[in-house]
Design a protein around this ligand. Sequence first.
Ligand code: AVI
Length: 318
Amino acid sequence: MRENVVGRSAFGVELAETLAREPRQIPSKYFYDELGSALFEAITRLPWYRITRAETAMLARHARDILRPLPQPATLAELGCGSGDKIAVLVGAAADPFPVVQLIDISQAALDMARYRLQAIGVREVITHHAPYEQGLVRAVEKRPPETSLLVLFLGSNIGNFAPSAARDLLGRIRRSLRAGDALLLGADLVKPEADLLLAYDDPLKVTAAFNRNVLRRINDELGANFELDAFSHRATWNAAAQRVEAYLVSARHQHVSIPGAGVELSLREGEAIWTESSYKYQPEQVMAEGRAAGFSGGAQWIDQDAKFALTRFDVDR
Ligand code: AVI
C-alpha cells in the first residue's frame, strides 16, 4: 500500500463512511491519482466533452475584458491549475505582465508542468502550493505581494463537482479571503440538452468509463482491496430536478469485496450502484446569484451559447 497526498488512513476512513451510505458512495476527489489525472486529461480532448476547449477559447478571446478592471499590478492564483494550459492562455493574451502567479493543485506533477509553462512565457515569479483548494487559497493569500490586486481563477467547472451547499461555502471562503479591487473568475458548465450531457459523460470511446473504474483500481492499489474491475460498469444519468449528471459504478453480479485499508467488507447486489460523481450544471443567472450570495458585488459574464458554458468574473467593490 502506497502513501498518497490525501493520506492512506484519511482515504480509508472516509471511504468506510461513504461506502456505508445508502446508496454507497466514493467521493470523486479520489479519481485524481496519476492515472486518473491522465485519463481526465484525455477526456478534455474528446469531441463530446467541450468544457475545456470552450473555456480555453473564451479565455483567449476575452482576456483583456476579463482583466481590465483589476488595479495594476495584478497577480493571479489558480485553484486546481492542472497542466497550466488555461492560465497560460490568459497570461499570454493579457495586455500587462503579471509579476507573480500562484498555482494550487493536489498533483505535484501538474504543478511542475504548469510552472514550466508559465516561466517559458516570461512570468517572473511562479509560486506553487501542493494542497487542496481551501488550504492552497489560505497560503496564496499569505503570499500575495502587498500593493497588488489578485484575480483568483476557479475554472473547468470544478465548482460543478461540489454539492450546492459546499459550492456556496467555497465561494464564501474565496470572497472572504479577497479584498477591494480583487476578483474571482469562475468557469461553470451550463444546463444543456440531456443527449449532449450523456455523450459528454458516457463517451463512445469509453474513456470516461475507464476514468470512473480507475477509482476501484486506485482503491485496490492503495488500500489493498480486491475489486474486479470488469465486474463493474459505468453509468451516467441526468438528474434534471437536481441539475446534475450522476456517475455510478454498477455491480454486474452479486459479489463480495474486501478493503483492508478501510476496514470494510462489502457485499454488493447484482445491479447495485456505487455513486462516484456529481457534475452540477447551472443556468447563467444561477451562477450570478451564487456569486452575489457569497458577497461579491456583481461582475461580468461571458457565455459560449453553442457549448453552453459560462465564464463569470465576480468583483470585490473598491
Ligand atoms: C473535473 N470535473 C469538472 C469534471 C466534470 O465535468 O465534472 C470531471 C469529469 N467527470 C467525468 N468527465 C469529466
